[in-house]
Design a protein around this ligand. Structure first.
Ligand code: MRU
Length: 364
């Protein structure tokens, strides 16, 4: 997507040095636009763990490049052991999303076809590039399938703005380009359909307030940031026509694990008979886990809850908002049961959130 007049993806190979990967450091958006070079395998681990990059699809692609970097820095006699070490470290960075292990295992599988280190390195780069390109196509397809839902609502409203509520950032910054939840929105906006997005701020890290608002603004999509607790009120007052959110892990049963707070929005939408859609690439589908209570829910550091980061007019600062000794907890994700979800918008089309429909979509 565009920032100013320049088209960016969220991750790319350094054009002047193919041994390095470049990313936008998302910790400082929207106030500072910083590009970082990932040069060493540990840089990739740090980038994912400390959320320089985040969003399940982008985490997966970053990890795939991380395995490429591990091979680049490995002596030939130790390549397999180093690759495995890097794989394990990368896999442990963010436990909840499915895309990370999906991308790592696709990448490892491809690399294992190489007969020597030189070949493995070549395959690793080509395959990571392929996964990145594929992610862009998948998101575009999600956009195409989701667009008619917005077009229909727009028709019903005689062209008045369609109000869409989204949670966290499932935008292009969470993927390689377009985003998942935002793809139908961008396509609708580009097609001249009037849309307006309610952006949940998404405490504690404020991915909505800082990232979703940033990218929608750069693309000229009308939006309003609201506090996380405002959604229910907006829905009761008829100010939300539909919700579209992303997912970090989708079970074959149709249960969806997404950023903490998603469940409450789904409950409010259900109570108010507002369609609640989840946009997902198939890389987020966990076909094995049967019971959502088995999904590991990431618990992040206390300081993310205790402190709020913002711009003081000169620099980015962090301030304490709780009593310094209060105990806090910081669960990153929650489960929205399938019964609260109207439909899943996938790269293959829209289906009901259940095993039968999802399997038909991807196995026939
Ligand atoms: O913790 P994050 O920022 O990596 O969380 C991921 C998300 O942004 C979402 O939960 C999102 O809806 C799924 S990723 C498209």
């Amino acid at each position: 997507m565009k920032i100013g007049n320049k088209h960016y993806r969220s991750i790319w190979v350094n054009p002047s040095n193919p041994l390095e990967i470049q990313i936008i450091d998302q910790r400082y958006l929207p106030h500072e636009f910083i590009i970082r070079d990932l040069k060493h395998p540990d840089d990739f681990v740090h980038a994912i763990k400390d959320m320089l990059v985040r969003g399940a699809p982008l985490i997966g692609i970053t990890a795939a490049y991380g395995l490429y970097s591990a091979l680049l820095h490995s002596p030939a006699h130790d390549a397999d052991a180093n690759l495995q070490k890097a794989y394990d470290k990368l896999l442990a960075t963010r436990p909840t999303g499915n895309n990370l292990r999906w991308a790592l295992s696709r990448q490892l599988h491809a690399i294992n076809e190489g007969k020597n280190l030189g070949e493995k390195i070549k395959i690793a780069l080509e395959n990571a590039n392929r996964l990145a390109d594929e992610d862009v196509k998948i998101c575009r397809q999600i956009g195409k399938h989701g667009l008619p839902l917005i077009a229909e609502l727009s028709k019903k409203k005689n062209g008045a703005p369609v109000n869409i509520l989204t949670h966290c950032n499932a935008g292009w910054l969470a993927t390689v380009d377009y985003g998942t939840a935002t793809a139908p929105i961008y396509l609708a906006h580009d097609a001249g359909i009037s849309v307006h997005v309610w952006v949940d701020e998404t405490r504690p890290r404020n991915q909505g307030a800082s990232l979703t608002a940033f990218e929608l603004g750069k693309h000229g999509v009308p939006h309003t940031v609201v506090v996380d607790n405002a959604g229910g009120h907006l829905m009761q007052r008829g100010r939300v026509d539909m919700c579209i959110v992303g997912t970090d892990r989708t079970l074959a049963s149709g249960d969806v694990c997404n950023k903490i707070g998603t469940y409450l929005k789904a409950l409010a939408a259900f109570d108010n008979k507002i369609p609640f859609y989840v946009a997902l690439p198939s890389s987020s589908i966990d076909w094995e886990t049967k019971d959502a209570s088995q999904i590991p829910i990431e618990e992040r550091s206390e300081s993310e809850v205790k402190h709020v980061q913002g711009f003081d007019g000169k620099k980015i600062v962090s301030v304490l908002v709780t009593p310094s000794h209060s105990k806090v907890s910081n669960f990153g994700f929650d489960i929205t049961p399938a019964r609260l979800i109207t439909g899943l918008i996938t790269e293959r089309g829209i289906c009901k959130p259940d095993r039968k429909e999802l399997s038909l979509m991807f196995y026939e």
